[in-house]
Design a binder for this molecule. Sequence first.
Ligand code: RRO
Length: 308
Amino acid sequence: MDLSVTIAGVRVPSCFMNAAGAHCVTREELEALGRSRSGAIVTKSMTLEPRQGNPEPRYCGFPGGSINSMGLPNLGYLAYADLIPSLRRFGKPVIASVAGLCEDDFVTIAAVIDKSGPDLIEVNLSCPNLPGKPQIGYDPEASERLIRRVRQVVTVPMGVKLPPYFDPAHHDIMAQVIGRTGVDFLSLINSVGNGLVVDPERETVVIKPKGGFGGLGGPVIKPIALANVRAFWTRFEDRLPIIGTGGVTTGIDAFEHLLCGASAVQIGTVLVEEGLGVFERLEQELTAVLDRKGYASPAACRGKLKEL
Ligand code: RRO
């Protein structure tokens, strides 16, 4: 089955791609994504300066998912600006994830990265792991100011990666911000911020930074991810493509994201846990479920979730 999709006018050869942060910091990791069956190459969120990130251990898988407090380890935006032109040789979209430690950083990085020729730019408004820096996406005024400024310096389609919201009033407010600032796509959701995983045998936390608090990913967050995809889909429908992220471990999980309104899905925890072979497995599993259900493509079931 043809699993290609279109996001903001950009053709993506498979609806499965890595989530920013998963297997995408170094040149080697990005090139391996290029050679893999990932439908796109999504970079690690980049900052002005290269960063080592937080002290280890800073990622831990557990039966229900993962917790991380990586702290934005990345090569710095100039390194990614150098890499992006050559990543295009793999014949799939390159999606640059842009972050920053302050608003000005986002603008500086986006302007330079835009010129390096990515297909899409994903602006990360939702890193939960910078001590002392609240997630921008939880501040609608700060989000609006930042999106407007970045939008002005970006020529390629620009999306925002949002944190999960837990109240329809917050979906409404953020949908209004998105609707009036020229955002071309949404990536939903970042990890569920500031969870705590406990090892009862050792009587310890499982990651070192921030006293063990970190962003949750994987199966435990799937219902939260689906709720956010659905909430924004019902507000925009076909007018704004959504990349669904959160809890996709199987083809059926991906199908659920598509039903809720996602155009494509990103893979974080299961990519880290299983490696690049996961893309082929997910393609096979999604093809099987779409065939069984009589859908000819991922787009054919997009948003088709029924209410009772
Ligand atoms: O690097 C991280 O700690 C990190 C980032 Br920037 C993000 O957006 N989401 C996440 O779970 N970890």
